[in-house]
Design a protein. Structure first.
Length: 223
């Protein structure tokens, strides 16, 4: 793991967007397609704003969320909505989106269908993660039911998460899928999350799920 510090968040967004574009371009030199998993939330938005303008063969790029709330795609809480608005626009509008949730279906019932969509894009070429102050990443939350199984090295591709702290069920990529990405980036802001990351480095993944992904990770931090 290495930590890159930036003078401000704008500098971070520019640098990370350039790094992701370069990694996707390199992947496309050697493969017919490249895949990238990204988080929702507000943190990656400025990165997406720069990345979507990159001069890439976006029609060969597969984009998927690291996790998704089981809500309609037009909901304010939908990661798909943010990704479509901020990333799959401009030149990146021709990239193929791979969903983690199919509206109107029960999460457990839809896993086999979604797994069939995701399996062809694994291992992930590029992964972007966020992290909460509780050290969760994607929808792998400390203490949630099923966490140990979702972190196991033989875990399936997807898991249904029902964290008690959240209002709806979620579908998440599991620990080995995240950790198996060929290139991994973590974006965090502020002293509290920097402290949480330092703490996570000495804790087991069951207590700090982000720890399951830190080998080979590039951490991008700004105040």
């Amino acid at each position: 793991m290495k930590i890159q510090e930036y003078a401000d968040r704008d500098m971070l967004a520019i640098d990370v967007a350039n790094a992701l574009a370069a990694e996707l371009e390199a992947a496309l030199l050697h493969h017919d397609t490249a895949s990238m998993a990204v988080p929702g939330g507000t943190t990656p938005g400025p990165v997406f704003d720069g990345l979507c303008a990159a001069d890439l063969a976006w029609d060969r790029v597969r984009v998927l969320p690291t996790d998704e709330r089981c809500v309609p795609g037009d909901s304010d809480r939908s990661n798909e909505r943010l990704i479509r608005q901020r990333l799959l626009t401009n030149r990146a509008s021709v990239a193929q989106y791979v969903p983690l949730y199919l509206e109107g279906k029960e999460p457990d019932d839809v896993l086999p269908e979604i797994e069939s969509l995701i399996t062809p894009v694994l291992p992930l070429s590029v992964l972007v993660l966020g992290m909460g102050e509780d050290m969760h990443t994607a929808s792998l939350f400390p203490g949630m039911a099923g966490l140990e199984g979702a972190l196991d090295s033989h875990a399936p591709i997807l898991a249904v998460a029902r964290p008690e702290t959240q209002p709806e069920a979620r579908i998440t990529l599991t620990g080995p899928v995240l950790d198996g990405a060929l290139s991994k980036h973590l974006i965090i802001y502020g002293a509290a999350k920097r402290d949480a990351l330092e703490k996570a480095m000495s804790l087991p993944p069951e207590e700090a799920p982000i720890a399951a992904t830190l080998t080979g990770m590039t951490v991008h931090w700004a105040e």
